[in-house]
Every structure is written in structure tokens, then in C-alpha cells.
Design a binder for this molecule. Sequence first.
Ligand code: ATP
Length: 269
Amino acid sequence: ASAMREIFLETPKVYWSDIGGQELVKQKLRETVEWPLAHPETFKRLGIAAPRGILLYGPPGCSKTLTAKALATEAGLNFLSVKGPEIFNKYVGESEKAIREIFRKARNASPSIIFFDEIDAISAARGHAEVGGDRVLTSLLTEMDGVESMGNVMVLAATNRPEIIDDALLRPGRIDRMMYVGPPDLDARKKILEVRFRKMSIADDVSIEHLAEKTDGCSGAELTSLCQEAGLQAMNEDIESTSIAGRHFEKALEGLNRSISKEMIEFYE
Ligand code: ATP
């Protein structure tokens, strides 16, 4: 019972404006989530169902989590977050109960969003009796099928491995919309850097344009680390440094990692 207390309700406080780029994803999510909440009678009149679940998929570090949080903040929804592997590791022997508990909490807190990160872990556990893999999947499906009981609860799932998600989870009425959250293009990288720079002390010789061009193929998370690293470079030079200059970014660029490969992108797209 004590483990169950660990499913927290959060108030994320992330806004759409905190996310650089991803305009299409933002717009689609607004329609998909805000319309049913604001205009339930139109859905009824037209005889169409409000979506219950959405899968965000794409390479790591490209704002899936950030997007889920912004959606909750901006649509005024309570936010519950759970990671797939946690279901098995944290709630050993109580995994099914944990699933039921998450949905119960979400219903009590509705309108709400359950953010199910790394949902592929549920599919990967299928057939693994020792962790109750099949039973966990079944209880997730059962919860999602509870038409009336779902109320204003929306499931937002995320994965880097869309290809292993069970078809059963992706059936109509369950997680039946998929949205690709890809790496930022040039314009999005500029926006991400602008977002970061708002909270940093940046010297006049730093060019966002130049940095955006030099970071082709980077994820948003990698751009964030670049900024962090540049700051450390500035401190290396002067421990009482007051701003980060172009040369610090140049140093940081030298050590820049790119975890997303071309093959990865082709695979997702
Ligand atoms: P993972 O698949 O690894 O869980 P994710 O897609 O959920 O990754 P986030 O956790 O949302 O990625 O992003 C990681 C961090 O990278 C964010 O906290 C933020 O600092 C930064 N970031 C990523 N994308 C953006 C973006 N579009 N705008 C601003 N910051 C971003």
C-alpha cells in the first residue's frame, strides 16, 4: 500500500512558449484535447467520439515530455505521470494494482492527463510471466476500455520504439492517434536557443543564427546541454564570469554529441 502513495499529481507549469518549434504537434494536440473538453455537445451531436489516447513517438530528447506537460498546463488539466519500467520495478508484485490506481487517481482528479512515458516497456514485458507482463497489459486495456469510467481522462503515451507497441493498445477507442515528435529543424533550433537564452546571461557576440546552423541533427536536449557546457566554459575562464560569449559556445560545439542518426530519422519517418 505504501508504494501506491508514490503516484503523484503534478502541476507542471510548462507553457507552449517554452517549446521551440513543433508547431504542428502543438496545434494537433490543442484540437484533439481541448475541443472535446470545451465542446462535448458538438461531439455528441455529430455522433463522434472524443479521443481517449494519443501516442507521441520519436527520437529521444525531442520534447515529448515537455509537450505533455505543456498540454496539461495550457488546457488546465491535472497531470499524472508514470514511466513504463516503473510499473514493473517500483511496484513489484503490485503492477496491475498500480495501473488501476493510476486510472483511479486520474478519474478523481479529472479533467486530467495520464502521461505514460516509455510505454514500450509494457509491450516488452508481454509473455514475461515472472513480472506479470500479460496481466499488466490486460489491465491497461481494461482501464482504457472503461467508457463511462474514463470520464475526462486522456492518456498521452510516449515512446522511442513505436514499432514494438501492441496492436491491441492502438485499436480505436484506445491509443488511436499517433503523432511524430521529430528533431528540430533550423528554425526550431533558433527558437529553442531563444527560449534557453531568456534565462541566461549571453554576450552580444553570440549569434543564434550561427549556432542553429552548427547544430544540425541535434535534439532539443542536446541544445540544452550545449548551453550548459558553454556556461561552464565561461566559468572555466573566469570563475566570477558574468556572461557567456561566442568563444565559449565555440568550445562547447567542439565537444557536442549527436545521438540521433540519419538512419534513426528515416526509420521514424
Ligand atoms: P526522451 O524520449 O528521452 O524521454 P523527450 O522527447 O521526452 O525525451 P524531453 O524530456 O521533453 O524529451 O526533453 C528533454 C529536455 O530537452 C527538455 O527538458 C528541454 O530542456 C530540452 N528540449 C527538448 N526539446 C525542446 C524544445 N523543442 N524546446 C525547448 N527545449 C527543449
